[in-house]
Every structure is written in structure tokens, then in C-alpha cells.
Design a protein around this ligand. Structure first.
Ligand SMILES: C[S@@+](CC[C@H](N)C(=O)[O-])C[C@H]1O[C@@H](n2cnc3c(N)ncnc32)[C@H](O)[C@@H]1O
Length: 185
């Protein structure tokens, strides 16, 4: 499957409140995110999940890294409206590099929601991400079922495993393929 990046003008649509009826961020994230945590969110779009991540971490921090500056501008507008902007740092990524070397060993939880299929190389993505997780830190990868074939998702999981992560869970999320990948030890 050829990578295709979601256009920035779809950002507001991805963040509509109605989406909560089927993919409630608070419910999806609660098992993994606690106060004080440092969370990385690659490909946040306009922040459908980012605001809830910021609420859950309290005085912790969310680092949102997107390829498209316009997605990040939209995200920060929504964060400011909710009074959450101080908990969120944004970074602009390159297509095959997030630029997160400085976060080595510091991330408790990462959320990659509907973004891994847009990458040129899931293998390079996980190779960059895995060393940034704390020991026992994890990444929740969620991909749209139907849009991403099962065999492509299986390759994405393998890319995570090749980076030293272990799949420990497949949480149930509406119309999604999911894998919780943990840095064990
Ligand atoms: C389909 S949107 C999903 C947005 C959000 N996670 C959600 O579920 O609402 C995919 C996002 O990934 C971003 N993206 C694509 N390739 C990327 C890359 N190489 N690095 C960082 N972000 C990327 C896109 O710009 C877009 O914001």
C-alpha cells in the first residue's frame, strides 16, 4: 500500500465531537495514561486525542509531533480554548524522521492513532520511537479496519517487534485494528 498523508483540511472533521460516540478518547486512554506521565503522540492531527491526553497527564506533558504544521496550529488553537496549551509541546516532523532523539528513555506512553499507514517506513518509525520509551513504556498503535488490510497491519506489528517491542494486548476499539506494544525490560 502506498503511503498517503491525510490532508490538513480534514483535520477539523477528524476532531468533531460526534466521533466520541464511537471512539471515546477518555475511555480508550484511561487504562494507559496517569497523572505526571510524559506522553508522545505522533500524528495527532488537530488533536482529537491530544486534549484528553493533556487532561489525563495533569502536570505531566504531551509531545505532539506531526508532519503538517497546519495540523499543529489547529491542535494548539483547540488546546488554548480548553486551557490546556501549557501541557502540550508541538514538533514538526520530517516524513521519515520525528526528531525525538532528545526524548530517549523518557516516554511512558505513546499513541499512534491512524497514522502508521501514512508513513514511508513503519520500520524506521518504530526504530526511532522504541528507544524513547521508558523500560515498560508502551505504544498503542491503532489503524482503521477496512482501510488498512489485516496483512499490512501484521507487517506494522512486526516492525514494532523488530524494534524490540512486545505485543501484550489488542484492545477493542470501534472499527479498528489495534496493538499495544511494550518495551519489556
Ligand atoms: C489520519 S490523521 C489521524 C490524526 C489523529 N491521530 C486522529 O486519529 O484524529 C494522520 C495524521 O498523521 C500525520 N502524519 C502523516 N505522516 C506523518 C509523519 N511521517 N510524521 C508525523 N505525522 C505524520 C498527518 O499529518 C495526520 O495529521
Amino acid at each position: 500500500m502506498k503511503p498517503h498523508v491525510c490532508p490538513w483540511w480534514l483535520g477539523p472533521l477528524l476532531a468533531i465531537p460526534m466521533r466520541r460516540w464511537v471512539q471515546d478518547p477518555a475511555r480508550i486512554l484511561a487504562p494507559y495514561v496517569q497523572e505526571g506521565m510524559t506522553v508522545l503522540e505522533p500524528g495527532p492531527g488537530m488533536g482529537f486525542f491530544t486534549l484528553d491526553l493533556a487532561r489525563l497527564v495533569g502536570d505531566g506533558k504531551v509531545i505532539a509531533v506531526d508532519l503538517q504544521p497546519r495540523m499543529l496550529t489547529g491542535l494548539m488553537k483547540r488546546a488554548a480554548k480548553a486551557g490546556l496549551e501549557k501541557r502540550i509541546e508541538t514538533r514538526v516532523a520530517e516524513p521519515s524522521r520525528m526528531g525525538i532523539e532528545d526524548l530517549r528513555g523518557s516516554i511512558d506512553f505513546a499513541l499512534a492513532f491512524a497514522m502508521v499507514h501514512e508513513l514511508p517506513s513503519p520500520k524506521d518509525f518504530f526504530a526511532e520511537l522504541a528507544p524513547c520509551l521508558k523500560p515498560d513504556g508502551c505504544v498503542l498503535m491503532v489503524e482503521p479496519a477496512g482501510h488498512v488490510p489485516d496483512e499490512v497491519f501484521a507487517e506494522q506489528v512486526k516492525a514494532g517487534e523488530a524494534a524490540g517491542l512486545t505485543m501484550t494486548e489488542r484492545p477493542k476499539i470501534w472499527r479498528s485494528l489495534t496493538a499495544l506494544l511494550r518495551r519489556v525490560g
